[in-house]
Ligand binder design. Structure first.
Ligand code: GTR
Length: 392
């Protein structure tokens, strides 16, 4: 076999890409400074950040990474299709809410599952999971229990707990992702525009429709909602939290490339790799940066910074090299100057903490033992963090 045939075979079978897991092989890079405008001006004050630089950074992520998402639909309607005040052996009230978006001729619906603690003072703060795994992880009947969404633990700590299936908002498939909510705004048969939204942005748009519902439910405190996602769901929670400032806390669990991990490190999953494997997640413009991470006008620390002054949490797992734990830590760390400028506490750690020793400022971070997953241990740290920020 000649070289070309080998290269072709390698590409065909996905062998061409060998991820780097060696810290010594991380290329040299310079991160864009979140506090320097594109025109070279320095951001000197919180006002400068909020009025000039934040909109610029948000615009850069829209244009080059996640795509521009539309605003709300013309109207949103909610139907509580089931309500059980005796759920979880009387500890909680279950509501299954049908959230229906109406726009032009189009209509799209998805379901929100919500448990509200029965003995907590209302309105209660809530955690909402953007569920990227199967619906059995968020079983409303509680016949099936899952550590991915340990709803009983969350209720026990006095929080409401909610979830929706991201695939109900936009299927997680390159062939059909535009056929659900996105089709309210565009024709899936037509070519995507270079800066048009992808599935990650669409999932965040769905989270915003759930927020629209919370604003109507007097049992839930819509001003204290923590948005949470794991892995691809964690990429979507960060971007959804950047786009919709109504979310009071934003949490990304093991979100990796295109989430919290610094793209320029090319550690584990890379921009080229993610665009190839998941062509529907980002906007088409993001492909311009395949193998050219240094040309990006942003990096993911600036995504974390977009949450300021709101609390934001990044979490890693020790054996999750593909998601680059150190890169995730560094994004939380390098968002620090923005949080300091606006009078909030940056990540209170100069180097990666030990597993099981979370660092909590307005920016939070932990790494835990084990692999790529969302576990009750992670949830425990998230609730500790929310207790602090929600003054509980
Ligand atoms: C992987 C993908 C990651 C991450 C993960 C997940 O295949 O490469 O970026 O999103 O899936 O969502 O579990």
């Amino acid at each position: 076999m000649g070289f070309n045939a080998i290269a072709t075979a390698a590409a065909l079978f996905g062998l061409a890409f060998t991820p780097n897991y060696d810290e010594d092989q991380v290329p040299d890079y310079t991160l864009p400074d979140p506090l320097v405008m594109e025109n070279g001006d320095t951001v000197e004050s919180a006002e400068d950040w909020f009025e000039r630089r934040r909109p610029e950074v948000l615009g850069l992520f829209r244009e080059h990474v996640y795509g521009h998402r539309p605003g709300p639909p013309e109207s949103v309607e909610f139907d509580v299709v089931e309500e059980d005040p005796e759920a979880m052996e009387g500890a909680a009230t279950l509501k299954r809410v049908n959230i229906r978006s109406l726009h032009g001729e189009g209509e799209h619906a998805f379901e929100l599952i919500l448990f509200i603690p029965n003995d907590a003072p209302e309105p209660v703060p809530a955690f909402m999971l953007m569920n990227n795994r199967g619906p059995e992880n968020t079983d409303p009947t509680r016949e099936e229990l899952s550590g991915f969404w340990p709803a009983e633990d969350v209720i026990e700590r006095g929080y409401a707990v909610a979830a929706f299936q991201v695939s109900d908002v936009a299927p997680d498939s390159a062939g059909s992702f535009r056929e659900a909510a996105m089709s309210l705004f565009e024709d899936p048969e037509e070519d995507r525009t270079p800066n048009g939204w992808g599935a990650l942005a669409a999932w965040g748009w769905g989270a915003s429709r759930a927020m629209d519902y919370f604003e109507t439910d007097g049992a839930v405190d819509a001003s204290r909602i923590a948005l949470l996602g794991h892995s691809r769901g964690g990429k979507a929670s960060l971007w959804g939290g950047a786009e919709d400032e109504r979310f009071a806390i934003v949490i990304s669990n093991n979100s990796g490339c295109g989430g919290a991990a610094i793209s320029r490190r090319r550690f584990g999953e890379t921009v080229a790799r993610i665009n190839e494997n998941f062509p529907h997640w980002f906007c088409l413009n993001f492909r311009e940066y395949d193998g050219r991470e240094n040309a990006l006008p942003v990096d993911q620390h600036m995504l974390v910074a977009l949450m300021a002054p709101r609390p934001v949490y990044v979490a890693s797992a020790e054996d999750d090299g593909w998601a680059d734990p150190r890169g995730e830590f560094l994004a939380a760390y390098h968002a620090g100057p923005v949080f300091s400028l606006v009078g909030e506490t940056p990540l209170p750690a100069d180097d990666m903490p030990e597993p099981g020793e979370p660092a909590h400022g307005t920016v939070g971070y932990h790494i835990r033992e084990g692999g790529h997953n969302l576990t009750p241990e992670d949830w425990g740290y998230y609730m500790d963090f929310a207790d602090t920020h929600f003054g509980r």
